[in-house]
Design a protein around this ligand. Structure first.
Ligand code: MIG
Length: 662
């Protein structure tokens, strides 16, 4: 049962596609306060959701904020990340809540007071959805029905991708491809970061270093490798740059209070933000992707669209003024700290977010009030353009910033992380909360983006990533190289990576079923084994689809780990190219070993895990000739979804299902 109540006069986000009639607010659980709600939490109540956020699968005990934020140094106490996903479920009450507002919200979930969940909403203009159901899964499914079908990428994007910020030329990209080939390692994608552009200008190509991009694209295509370029949110201010000049002439950029184009500093230096909320500007920006699709590009990632700001012209001027003021004076400690922070505080400042404007549905709207929509609408613009540009073929699209609703238009990666063991575990924990909000095509930067990775971390991270729909190795400029051939134990990396291609039919099938039936692909154990107190509190294992449980190793130096087995399950080990069905475990704890080059998973009793032989890329992987892993006396037939992997998906689900039985 879904109830919508309206407060004030909210800005339309288009998060919801099926809006029920609004009713007057009444709730047994939510108590209205001046600026939000309070929910009293019983001791047993767990809180799941909030999409992209740090900390537990069960979110109790901390504060989180909804405000899309470029925060590459996030740690345990970080409150804002790249996405804003205002949906959560109370486990015991089986109650789902979605707050539809594009401005900031604070969720204090038993932090200030352990028994109290306090929600503070920046603006009292919002829609509140309360969903009740017979199970957590049902509540989530109803919510997903409200927000519409998740984005479905081309099947090749379920392969492995290599990225690094600093592939400086076509030849460097060729070298990456050659190295994968030489080492017999499968690969489907190589990503192009900002260095392919001419001085970071969107929809341009650096002639000196990527002048033969056309040719590179077709060479790679011949190897079944897709090149996936980045697109940034800011447009360089430069006379003669067509995108800038058109945008300025047509009035498509965000404006300052005086109606002038708002100028910020991002990668290209001085930039304007296209007004992604203005439907005309959005369509114009989306059409620009055609520059690259015409060259044969069929996938993109949208970056910096929180939108991230290094500085604004206005605040930079103030900063220089301050510096001059301080120069030559005797700085006491306070002044010194102030001086030290002047430039640090320039980035992503709330003051800047409050000083530019959109033209949204014909109204002048302050950015701060619609902040969380920017990345969503940028990605939406691209995705809507793809329907025009490429009506017969899916295009890969994923974004950094997001809001609920954007899940219909693209996937997300989990933003800049670090080569830390804690971020490997966080990658796992975010999978279900993102699925709850419809983000199915997702994954984190494998190996960690910032800081230097290590061989063992990379291997363990891959062992998780073989299961995530987006499987992309990405690292920052200046960090240690982390292409899988860059380490001593290359053979070990190959063994782990090969497992992905064996799992592909299952991963694709489960992804598609989740997208088409509004279910979750990754579920906490708490959603399935609701009466099992221990299972409900497991934070480092997940159910993946209907047949398996994953329990990756996320700790340095570990040779195995303790796994909680919530029902009879069989351990399956991928070792040296073999698939070995090992011990059948009864419910309880078990210590399971797994070497650095092995992948382990657990098959549920009477469920089928279909596997392929593997392959050197998705195109050459056989999705039809499958071997089936299962145990039990009453093995349930498996509904296997497969299609051509590239035609846009309509609602003829049954056509692509075959029943596998053993
Ligand atoms: O300010 O394009 O999250 O994936 O490599 C950094 C360079 C800009 C941030 C993205 C990251 C990308 C990087 N970008």
């Amino acid at each position: 049962m879904i109830k919508r109540s309206r407060f004030g006069n909210p800005i339309e986000t288009e998060a919801i596609i099926n809006k029920p009639e609004a009713v007057e607010f009444s709730s047994k659980r939510l108590i209205r306060t001046d600026n939000g709600f309070i929910i009293n939490l019983s001791e047993k109540e767990m809180v799941f959701g909030l999409g992209e956020n740090v900390r537990g699968i069960n979110k109790r005990g901390h504060i989180y904020k909804s405000y899309c934020d470029d925060n590459p140094n996030h740690q345990e106490d970080t409150m804002t990340l790249y996405g804003a996903h205002n949906f959560f479920v109370l486990s015991d009450s089986k109650l789902g809540v979605f707050l539809d507002t594009p401005s900031e919200i604070t969720f204090d979930i038993g932090y200030t007071k352990a028994s109290e969940f306090r929600i503070e909403i920046n603006k009292q203009d919002f829609d509140l959805y309360i969903i009740e159901g017979e199970s957590i899964d049902k509540v989530v499914q109803e919510f997903r029905g409200l927000i519409g079908r998740s984005y479905i990428p081309p099947r090749w994007s379920f392969g492995y991708g290599q990225c690094r910020w600093s592939y400086m030329s076509s030849d460097e990209v060729r070298t990456v491809a050659e190295n994968y080939e030489k080492n017999n390692m499968p690969i489907d994608m190589i990503y192009l970061d900002i260095d392919y552009m001419e001085r970071y200008k969107d929809f341009t190509v650096n002639k000196d270093t990527f002048g033969d991009l056309d040719q590179l694209i077709s060479e790679m295509k011949a190897k079944n490798i897709h090149l996936v370029p980045i697109i940034d949110a800011g447009i360089k201010v430069e006379e003669g740059y067509d995108v800038y000049e058109e945008g300025r002439e047509k009035g498509y950029f965000c404006k300052d209070a005086d109606g002038e184009d708002f100028i910020v500093g991002v990668w290209p230096g001085r930039c304007c933000f296209p007004d992604m909320l203005n439907s005309e500007a959005r369509a114009w920006f989306g059409n620009k992707y055609k520059v690259l699709t015409d060259m044969g590009i069929d996938g993109f990632w949208n970056d910096m669209n929180e939108p991230a700001i290094f500085y604004s012209e206005k605040k930079l001027k103030e900063a220089f003024g301050k510096i001059k003021e301080f120069e030559g004076s005797n700085l006491g400690v306070d002044k010194f700290f102030e001086l030290r922070d002047i430039f640090n505080r320039l980035g992503n400042s709330r003051e800047d977010y409050a000083s530019f404007y959109h033209n949204y549905r014909g109204q002048k709207v302050c950015h701060n009030d619609v902040h969380n929509l920017f990345g969503y609408y940028m990605t939406r613009g691209a995705s809507e353009a793809f329907e025009r540009i490429s009506p017969d073929k899916r295009i890969l699209m994923f974004s950094r910033a997001s809001y609920v609703g954007m899940h219909r238009y693209g996937g997300i990666w989990q933003g800049d992380n670090k080569s830390w063991w804690s971020h490997l575990l966080m990658n796992l924990k975010m999978m279900p909360s993102l699925n709850m909000c419809g983000f199915l095509y997702t994954g984190a930067d494998v190996g960690g983006f910032g800081s230097n990775t290590t061989e063992d971390l990379m291997l363990r991270w891959l062992q998780l990533a073989v299961f995530t729909p987006l499987m992309r190795n990405h690292s920052a400029m200046g960090t240690r190289r982390q292409e899988l051939y860059a380490f001593e134990g290359t053979e070990r990396f190959k063994k782990v990576l090969d497992v992905r291609y064996k799992l592909l039919p299952y991963i694709y099938s489960e992804f598609m079923k989740s997208a088409l039936k509004n279910t979750m692909m990754f579920r906490p154990l708490a959603f399935e084994y609701t009466d099992d107190e221990i299972a409900c509190h497991v934070e480092d294992q997940l159910l993946l689809g209907e047949s398996i449980m994953i329990a990756p190793i996320v700790e340095q130096n570990a040779i195995g780990r303790t796994v909680y087995i919530p029902e009879r399950m069989q351990l399956v080990r991928f070792k040296d190219g073999e698939v070995i069905s090992e011990k059948i475990y009864e419910k309880g704890h078990a210590y399971v070993e797994a070497a650095l080059d092995e992948v382990i998973l657990f098959v549920r009793e009477n469920r089928i895990l279909p596997l392929s032989e593997g392959g050197k890329n998705v195109t050459e992987t056989n999705f039809n000739d499958l071997s089936l892993i299962a145990f039990g006396d009453e093995i349930k037939p498996y509904e296997y979804y497969n299609d051509d992997g590239e035609s846009p998906v309509k609602d003829d689900y049954d056509k692509y299902i075959s029943v596998l039985s053993k």
